[in-house]
Design a protein around this ligand. Structure first.
Ligand SMILES: NC(=O)c1ccc[n+]([C@@H]2O[C@H](COP(=O)([O-])OP(=O)(O)OC[C@H]3O[C@@H](n4cnc5c(N)ncnc54)[C@H](OP(=O)(O)O)[C@@H]3O)[C@@H](O)[C@H]2O)c1
Length: 282
């Protein structure tokens, strides 16, 4: 069978664990994987939403013996993570791919954001990914194979007004992934980092309610992607063992531009901000 956006036969019988699999990009990924014959386990905090999504994923299975399971898990709680991962590996009968996708955001004027926001985003987006990865490592190292996927963001390679805590947490996750890549080389464990632009999910809808006007102006330069498209590009990138996966053409070009001409990108953003302050003095 040929690969297409709805079906990736090479994932047939792969065992995949997705944090944040009950919504948005994680859910879109789980649905494609189920249609491709993978055994899938999703995790998140809200049990009701998990159960609803699990039923949707179940209805996409293509094999009678295909396993679709769910775990209630808060990745900011380190104690919960270690025994949950053991249960995931037991329920799936192994593990081939971990997708560290769960994440949170809270944009705002940096001086106004509370300690709780600064600490929580680091706990979820950075430490959560680190601890879930560390809990899976003994299994991957023992089987001498595996693939770990960390969900960063456009804000994992550049900063944008109002996203301080989120950007810092995604940069930290990217730094961790860079080292992990080299550390795990002898064990044939692959690492991918995904850098999506704004994607049409409940997370984006929620942050759109509270974004400062300046953030709206700068972030509005990138087209909003659909979660299904991000999931498809990520799944293709994993099959190709890509370390860096950048969904969206404009997002990709901005990454290149920022990498080679960071001063130019900063001055374009600063000029947009200056125009805004000229019309709206503080
Ligand atoms: N949407 C975008 O514009 C965008 C752009 C770039 C990168 N991303 C990244 O993509 C990933 C997925 O985001 P999304 O847009 O698909 O968001 P979403 O639709 O809001 O989904 C987030 C998922 O993460 C789970 N989650 C949140 N906090 C958690 C925690 N502490 N423990 C366990 N699960 C948790 C949520 O379920 P519960 O609330 O029930 O726990 C949900 O399943 C995130 O890492 C995000 O930073 C998103």
């Amino acid at each position: 069978m040929k690969e297409n956006s709805l079906n990736f036969p090479r994932y047939n019988r792969k065992k995949v664990f997705i944090t944040g699999g009950s919504s948005g990009i994680g859910k879109a990924t789980a649905l494609i994987l189920a249609r491709s014959g993978a055994d899938v386990c999703i995790a998140a905090r809200n049990q009701e939403r998990l159960e609803k999504t699990r039923a949707e994923i179940e209805s996409e299975k293509i094999r009678i013996d295909q396993k679709i399971c769910m775990m209630t898990l808060d990745i900011s709680d380190k104690e919960q993570i270690f025994h949950t991962i053991l249960k995931v590996i037991q329920d799936l009968g192994g593990l081939d791919i971990l997708i560290n996708n769960a994440g949170a955001t809270y944009p705002g004027y940096l001086a106004d954001l509370s300690d709780e926001v600064w600490e929580n985003l680091m706990r979820v987006n950075y430490s959560g990914g680190v601890h879930v990865t560390r809990a899976c490592l003994p299994h991957f190292i023992k089987q001498r194979s595996g693939h770990i996927v960390n969900m960063a963001s456009t804000l994992g390679f550049m900063g944008i007004f109002g996203y301080g805590p989120y950007t810092a947490s995604k940069f930290a996750l990217v730094g961790f992934s860079e080292c992990l890549h080299q550390d795990l080389l002898p064990y044939h464990i692959n690492i991918s980092v995904v850098y999506p632009p704004d994607t049409d999910t409940p997370l984006l809808h929620e942050e759109n309610r509270i974004k400062p006007a300046e953030t709206r102006i700068l972030a509005g330069n990138l087209k909003v992607m659909q979660p299904e498209k991000v999931a498809e590009i990520m799944l293709r990138g994993i099959l190709r063992k890509r370390m860096t996966i950048i969904p969206g053409t404009k997002n990709y070009l901005i990454n290149l531009l920022f990498r080679f001409f960071p001063g130019l990108v900063r001055s374009i953003m600063e000029s947009d901000l200056r125009k805004y302050y000229a019309k709206n003095p503080i």
